[in-house]
Design a protein around this ligand. Sequence first.
Ligand SMILES: [Zn+2]
Length: 305
Amino acid sequence: MTGANGPIYRWRVGEVEITRVLEFEAALFEPTVIHPGASSEIIAQHRAWLEPALMDPVSGLMVFAFHSTVIKTPRATILVDTCSGNDKERPHKLRYHRKNWPYLANLAAAGFVPEHIDYVLCTHLHADHVGWNTRLLNGQWVPTFPNARYLFAREEWEHWQVAEWRAAYTTDPYYEDSLLPVMEGGQAELVAADYAFDDNVWIEPWPGHTPGHVCVVVRSPQASVVLSGDIMHTPLQCAEPQLNSCFCVDAEMARATRRRFLETFADSPVMIIPAHFPTPSAGWIRAHDGSFRFHFDHPALSHYS
Ligand SMILES: [Zn+2]
């Protein structure tokens, strides 16, 4: 696994600047493991367009990116999703276990130091979206972003208060090392799932993957962008919207939400940045052959306005 592949991409939406900061990108999941409903026939049917960028032809594994997205408005700097983190004990999720990613160096290369971040927002509270909420300092988990308010949708926070729900997801201590320290340190704030930062940036409830899952909308008269979190994990789910990920909490709602999302944004000028699509991660949903496809923004066109 490498942290290479162009960690930083930047787009402009009116007076708002959106920057993708990569933690890592790798061919990670068997398609039939990440999408338990995917038969080998379905994979074979889509193999030609999935390979090589979206599915590694040698291993047959789907390529995943883990990145934060920094939204810089004239008034505030908002960091969305904090990847998997460093030094975390994740014996049941080895892809996140005791890592040493150059994430803060990538953030610095993009022009941000932790002190610059005014808000941290997690689209949902799975381990790969909360990791850099904290870092290990002198044996203690401390908030990585000392001046930030950490915003969590209230419904999402309340769901994960139930130890059984956490245990059904993983017994790794992500709640203890990445969530409790910011809550107990007084930096966390529970917000409504339609919280607005201002007239141009707000969150919207799109539940199913998790009960309080939100998307982040950035809108200006010139352009709009939606950070769609984990409504879709792979572009295969655009072509086959009925496919859930193995991490979806409410299977029926996840399917219905995904379909509604695809229908809402198909053939619209709104750019979508899912949380795990491979580099450059951003693109547009297009209707295709009775279903949908994801048209990636070409890296050479990294300015969108
Ligand atoms: Zn995720």
